[in-house]
Design a protein around this ligand. Structure first.
Ligand SMILES: [Zn+2]
Length: 274
């Protein structure tokens, strides 16, 4: 087992720092989602508005680029209690799905990010090890060539030609090794994220309530689309980006069965590291 690059303790510290960015409004009230809510058109922040004159269920979010209609964006209005209901439902659905079908969920997560697969990580580790070994070997070859050149066993011209080839090979190896190392560390980060997501979902299942810690563990970003009014109702589309997996569709029963079949048929291919 390789030591994780980021420990769970460090991971939690990052989330804690993020929570500290939650600035209370003039009334001292904050939203559970402070620091996480964005406009999908251009990525501006949504502002949380809570005034003394507003009751809890009137507190709302709006696009920071709206500027009372004079800005370059639409309002992206959503009441905080509505947002809470939407997020709570989405988290509840994901928690239920993961509780019942954890292997299927991990399979889905791995499909989104191939590097999370154990087999892929093992392949990358082998690439790094063999690349480094070959680089050392070439160092040895070059220094022996140098000695042979100094002692007159091989000509200057031959020496230059041979070393140029070996140096080119080393350069190529360095590139491959550093790319593989980057992918591995990204995968490591992904598996820590995935572990934290599973932990946060279990906590939510126990408490059945969103707390700032649970929200910050589970969610990376929320985007509120502009209101569509039809059938006399408001329909707000909210995109929730979860830690480790981003936006995720809960599969239908048919899709779940198909994925279980795939997992059964390729047990080696789909070993996960979460
Ligand atoms: Zn906007």
């Amino acid at each position: 087992m390789q030591e994780p690059i980021i420990s769970e303790k460090q991971w939690l510290r990052v989330q804690e720092l993020r929570e500290h960015r939650r600035r209370p409004t003039k009334t001292g009230r904050t939203s559970l989602f402070s620091g996480l809510v964005y406009c999908p058109d251009g990525g501006a922040k949504l502002h949380f508005l809570a005034a003394k004159s507003l009751r809890r269920n009137q507190e709302f979010w709006r696009c920071s680029n709206y500027k009372d209609g004079r800005g370059k964006c639409q309002i992206h209005f959503i009441r905080d209690v509505v947002l809470e209901r939407i997020v709570s439902e989405a988290v509840g659905n994901l928690a239920d799905f993961v509780r019942c079908y954890e292997p299927v969920f991990l399979y889905q997560a791995a499909k989104k990010n191939a590097a999370v697969r154990k087999t892929e990580q093992q392949r990358l580790k082998r690439t790094v090890e063999s690349g480094k070994a070959r680089t050392r070997e070439i160092d040895g070859i070059i220094s022996r060539l140098y000695e042979d050149n100094v002692s007159g066993k091989i000509s200057d011209e031959r020496f230059m030609k041979l070393t140029a080839n070996y140096e080119a090979e080393q350069k190529e190896l360095e590139r491959t090794v550093s790319e593989s190392e980057n992918t591995l560390s990204e995968a490591e980060k992904q598996s820590v994220d995935l572990r934290m997501l599973l932990k946060g979902l279990r906590e939510f299942t126990e408490m059945r309530e969103l707390t700032p810690t649970i929200v910050n563990t589970l969610i990376k970003r929320i985007e509120v689309h502009n209101n569509d009014k039809y059938d006399g109702h408001c329909h707000v589309k909210v995109d929730i980006y979860f830690t480790a997996v981003g936006m995720i569709d809960i599969p239908t029963e048919k899709e779940i069965r198909a994925m279980m079949e795939e997992i059964r048929n390729h047990p080696q291919e789909f070993k996960f590291t979460a």
